[in-house]
Write a protein that binds this ligand. Structure first.
Ligand SMILES: Cc1cc2nc3c(=O)[nH]c(=O)nc-3n(C[C@H](O)[C@H](O)[C@H](O)COP(=O)(O)OP(=O)(O)OC[C@H]3O[C@@H](n4cnc5c(N)ncnc54)[C@H](O)[C@@H]3O)c2cc1C
Length: 289
C-alpha cells in the first residue's frame, strides 16, 4: 500500500521544527529514521496530515560524554552501538543495540525514534529505564525533563510526550563501578524479542548494593521492583539470582499473542533474569568505568 496524502516539511533547526509542531499539533508526525513510521504510513496505521522530517536538523545528532552521557535524539542506532564513549560509560547499551533488527535498520533508526515509538518489545526503553535515564522534550513553549519511567508509564506505542513536543536529548547518569547483563530471547536474530531484560548491579565485595532491572516484551517496558528488592543487600550468587528471577516473573506484565503465551513469557523473564545477573556478577569488580 501507499501512504495517504500528506504535506511535508524539512526544517533545518530545532526552532523551525518546534514552530511546525506548534502550528500542526496532533495533525503532524515527526519523521526520524522512518523505520517504524514509514511502514505505519504505508499500511495507513498512521495518517498524519503533515510530516516534519528532522533528518536535516544536524544539532540533534551528537554523543557527549562529559560527565553524564548526553545523546541527541537523532543519533543513529549504529552510531550509538559503535561509540567508544557509550561503550565506556554504559556497555549494556551496545550489547542491546546489537540485538535491534538488522544493520540496515540500525543505520537509519534513531534513539529518539525508538523511545518515542515505544514498541513494547523494543530494547532501548527498558535499558534506559534500568540506567535511570531522562529525556528532554522541547516545544515552542519551553522544555521539560522527563524520567524514562514517566515517559513510558504503561503505554503501548505511545508516550507522555505532547503532540507539540520534540524529544531532543537523552541523558544518562554515570554508573561508575556497576556491571551489567543483557539477555533476550527472539525466534530469529533480528526479530523483535519475545522477552528480554537488562540488569545493572553494583557490588561491595560479594554483596549487591544496587540493582536496576529493565524488562521488555510484555505489555510495556518496565522496571522489576520485586526482583531488585530481592537483590539489594544479598550475596551475589545462585540463591539471590533465583529469588530475583521469581520476582521478575511476578513483576513482568506478560501478555499472550501469536508468538507466545503470557505463561511462556513469564518463564522466559525468570530464566533470562537469572542469566543476565550471572553475566553481571561475572564482571563485578571489573566495573563499567
Ligand atoms: C524489520 C524491522 C525490525 C526491527 N526490529 C527491532 C528490534 O528488534 N528492536 C527495536 O527496538 N526496534 C526494532 N525495529 C524498529 C527500529 O528500531 C526503529 O528504528 C525505531 O523503532 C524507530 O526509530 P526511527 O528513528 O526509525 O523512528 P521513526 O520511524 O521515524 O518514528 C517512530 C515514531 O516516533 C516519533 N518520533 C521519532 N523521533 C521523534 C522525536 N525526536 N521526537 C518526537 N517524536 C519522534 C515519530 O513521529 C513516530 O511516531 C525494527 C524495525 C524494522 C523495520
Amino acid at each position: 500500500m501507499k501512504p495517504a496524502v500528506f504535506d511535508y516539511s524539512a526544517p533545518e533547526s530545532i526552532g523551525e521544527a518546534l514552530d511546525l509542531l506548534a502550528e500542526h499539533g496532533s495533525g503532524a508526525k515527526v519523521l526520524a529514521g522512518g523505520q517504524s513510521l514509514v511502514p505505519m504510513l504505508n499500511f495507513r496505521l498512521a495518517r498524519p496530515a503533515h510530516l516534519i522530517d528532522v533528518n536535516g536538523v544536524g544539532s540533534l545528532s551528537y554523543i557527549s560524554a562529559n560527565g553524564a552521557l548526553r545523546i541527541g535524539a537523532m543519533t543513529r542506532l549504529t552510531a550509538l552501538g559503535e561509540s567508544g564513549d557509550v561503550a565506556g560509560a554504559h556497555p549494556v547499551i551496545p550489547a542491546a543495540v546489537a540485538q535491534i533488527g538488522h544493520r540496515a535498520i540500525r543505520n537509519r533508526g534513531t534513539i529518539g525514534g525508538s523511545l518515542a515509538h515505544n514498541d513494547p518489545a523494543a530494547e532501548l526503553p527498558a535499558v534506559l529505564m534500568a540506567l535511570d535515564a531522562e529525556v528532554t522534550a522541547r516545544s515552542a513553549d519551553g522544555e521539560r525533563v522527563i524520567g524514562m519511567q514517566d515517559l513510558i508509564e504503561d503505554r503501548l506505542f505511545d508516550t507522555t510526550l505532547d503532540d507539540t513536543e520534540l524529544l531532543t536529548e537523552i541523558r544518562i547518569p554515570a554508573a561508575a563501578g556497576s556491571s551489567f547483563g543483557f539477555r533476550e530471547f527472539a525466534r530469529r536474530h533480528g526479530d523483535f524479542a519475545l522477552a528480554g531484560v537488562a540488569a545493572v548491579i553494583t557490588t561491595d565485595g560479594s554483596t549487591i548494593t544496587q540493582a536496576a532491572l529493565g524488562a521488555f516484551g510484555g505489555t510495556h517496558a518496565t522496571r522489576l521492583p520485586t526482583a531488585e528488592a530481592a537483590l539489594v543487600g544479598a550475596e551475589a550468587g545462585d540463591a539471590a539470582f533465583a529469588a530475583a528471577g521469581a520476582g521478575a516473573a511476578a513483576d513482568f506484565p506478560a501478555t499472550s499473542d501469536v508468538h507466545g503465551t503470557a505463561e511462556y513469557r513469564s518463564h522466559l523473564i525468570n530464566v533470562l533474569t537469572v542469566r543476565a545477573l550471572k553475566d553481571a556478577a561475572g564482571q563485578a569488580g571489573g566495573g563499567n568505568g
